[in-house]
Design a protein around this ligand. Structure first.
Ligand SMILES: [Zn+2]
Length: 157
């Protein structure tokens, strides 16, 4: 658990980079053999790209680093439950495990809406650990949306 907290803190640091760009603060790191091999944060608006989710960016970097599309033996630490696209990519990458900060009732695809990470029909299942630094991860998001609403109100007045 101590290790999970250590790496989730690094994922939160990534999410704060998104926050600074006024992006929804979501961050992740990919760990292999006890070392961070890739990092990513949400850049969807900045890059004007649907694919620019934190997890996809980190998967791309990890694959480049390992020289393999397979991310066997890797664990992803992500501040928010992955969406359907990212959960799909995580399964395709054959990732061992995903450690999640807080859940996403509206779009989460690791158990909230659907659990794509653990479908017996697919050829690979991903271990899921939930609720690591949940409070920090979820308050970061709610603060972001609160600020966004306040900014919109100011724009209108
Ligand atoms: Zn996603």
């Amino acid at each position: 658990m101590e290790e999970a907290i250590k790496f989730m803190k690094q994922a939160i640091k990534q999410a704060q980079k998104a926050y600074a760009l006024e992006e929804v603060p979501i961050g992740c790191v990919i760990v292999k053999d006890g070392k961070v091999i890739a990092r990513g944060y949400n850049r969807r608006n900045t890059d004007k790209l649907t694919l620019a989710h934190a997890e996809i960016i980190a998967i791309r970097k990890a694959s480049k680093k390992l020289g393999d599309w397979r991310l066997e033996g890797c664990t992803m630490y992500v501040t928010l439950e992955p969406c359907q696209m990212c959960a799909g990519a995580i399964v395709q990458a054959r990732m061992d495990e995903v450690v999640i900060g807080c859940m996403n009732a509206k779009a989460g695809s690791a158990g909230s809406v659907i659990n794509l990470l653990d479908m017996q029909q697919f050829n690979h299942q991903v271990k899921i650990t939930k609720g690591v630094m949940e409070e920090e991860c979820s308050s970061m998001l709610s603060n972001f949306f609160k600020e966004l609403r306040e900014r919109k109100k100011l724009d209108k007045s």
